[in-house]
Design a protein around this ligand. Structure first.
Ligand code: SAH
Ligand code: TYD
Ligand code: ZN
Length: 416
């Protein structure tokens, strides 16, 4: 089995991790790049692809059928800034502190992050005076990280770039990635890179949306161009094994609608915790990677689409005002799969300057600054950033006081 190092070398219908046959269970149709917010100039020049998801019959990895080329997704204008949520800022600060206390304990420790974005995690490492390097190919977000004193390379992490860092900086104690490993289709190259860069006894730790939560919440909007893999303990353990690593710890995280933090070490170096066996057993018990479970999930997705569109059409017919809250990448799947455009949702408000005064990908819903939300409050707000519901509802209490109602669609369509 040869490793696939880039999307161009993918073989249709074959697993990106093990080469086994992939069976599609959900077709979400023609979709745009989820973070491609449009200006008047590039409106006519959108990239579309067929968004579908399947499972590998041999290693169980759940994955997209097609993935757009990486340079189209991650470039100078990539508009996702990790520090936009106070909950996420706190989450990553705590994560950094934990690494500093538990792993970076030797003489001159070295922490590497893949996809460090605006430096939300590495800033704490920098402030502690610990040697570090972030890989971040998206130019403007990387520049923000550098402004915080974080050391960043603009390279994509892959085998060759990891080998170069090992030669220049020596071995890493921790290689960390949040919401990034599931974005990378060329997994063979990633794990070879980790093997080249990680020192003896080191750990590769990554956290990503958990298939178990996506299925139990029917959060189909976690499926979009950048989310090439939907990991489970089963698929990650098998992926690790194939590359000389072992899954030695798992931890459930509340962030982003439910994630797992996976810890990999070289095979034989660390004893797996009881949590690993427990999660594997739980996945077996609920039949998480059974084709029937995944087909059941697909059926529920279609139900949500129908219920949501019916609700929005009814509100429109009744003359209610409806806007959306949070121009998330996830919402590209909701709007494009469900056919929700500016006729049903007048605009979406978002705190990110790089998204404002643009049009949402594919659906072309105008994006406005957060201040537009209360000017005046709409009757209904469709919460696209449902994963930040607590944070958003806490700061937008006046909306409900004004008589406004939130529309949620995860885990099912409801008005609150
Ligand atoms: N870790 C942050 C950012 C997640 S967004 C957080 O959890 O909030 C994913 C980031 O990964 C983007 O900033 C993107 O530019 C970066 N990325 C994508 N492919 C990469 C690769 N091969 N190597 C390093 N970074 C990559
Ligand atoms: P997020 O759900 O973190 O990720 P993704 O784009 O991968 O789906 O995106 C949250 C978006 O919502 C981001 O554009 C910032 C915006 N946002 C607000 O506008 N207000 C807020 O209070 C918060 C927390 C986020
Ligand atoms: Zn496979």
């Amino acid at each position: 089995m040869t490793d696939r190092v880039g999307p161009a070398q993918e073989e249709k219908g074959r697993c990106r991790v093990c080469g086994g046959a992939v069976h599609e269970f959900l077709d979400l149709g023609r979709n745009p790049l989820s973070d491609n917010f449009l200006t008047a100039e590039n409106l006519g020049d959108e990239f579309f692809f067929r968004l579908s998801v399947g499972f590998c019959e041999s290693c169980t990895m759940v994955q997209l059928g097609e993935v757009p080329p990486r340079e189209r997704m991650f470039h100078d204008d990539y508009p996702y800034y990790s520090s936009g949520s106070s909950v996420m800022r706190k989450h990553f600060e705590q994560t950094a502190r934990e690494f500093l206390e538990t792993e970076a304990t030797g003489d001159d420790p070295f922490i590497v992050e893949i996809g460090c974005n605006d430096g939300v995690l590495l800033k704490t490492v920098h402030d502690a005076g610990v040697r570090h390097l972030g890989f971040e190919p998206s130019g403007k977000v990387a520049e923000v990280a550098r402004g915080k004193g974080v050391r960043v390379t603009g390279d994509f992490f892959e085998e060759a770039t990891a080998v170069a860092v090992r030669a220049a900086d020596g071995p890493a104690d921790v290689i960390f990635a949040a919401n990034t490993i599931c974005h990378i289709p060329y997994m063979g190259s990633i794990l070879k890179g980790v093997d080249a860069l990680l020192g003896p006894g080191g750990v590769f730790v990554f956290e990503d949306p958990y298939l178990g939560e996506i299925v139990s919440k029917t959060s189909f909007d976690q499926i979009y161009d950048e989310h090439c893999f939907l990991f489970s303990a089963h698929s990650v353990a098998e992926m690790a094994r194939r590359h000389g690593f072992a899954l030695v710890d798992v931890r459930r995280l509340e962030v982003h609608g439910g994630e797992i933090r996976y810890t990999l070490a070289r095979a034989g170096e660390r004893e797996p915790t009881a949590d690993v066996a427990a999660l594997l057993a739980e996945e077996d018990e609920r039949g998480l990677t059974d084709p029937a479970t995944l087909k059941g999930f697909a059926a529920k997705v279609v139900e949500i689409k129908d219920t949501l569109v019916t609700l929005l059409r009814r509100l429109k017919d009744e003359g209610r005002t409806v806007v959306a809250y949070g121009a998330t990448a996830k919402s590209a799947t909701v709007t494009n799969f469900c056919g929700i455009g500016p006729d049903l949702v007048s605009f979406v408000c978002d705190t990110t300057p790089a998204k404002q005064d643009r049009l949402s990908p594919g659906a072309h819903i105008p994006v406005r600054p957060a201040s537009a939300f209360s000017d005046p409050y709409p009757d209904y707000a469709l919460l696209f950033a449902w994963n930040h519901a607590e944070e958003i509802m806490a700061k937008e209490q006046d909306f409900r006081r004004s008589g406004g109602r939130w529309i949620l669609y995860v885990p099912k369509v409801r008005v609150v």
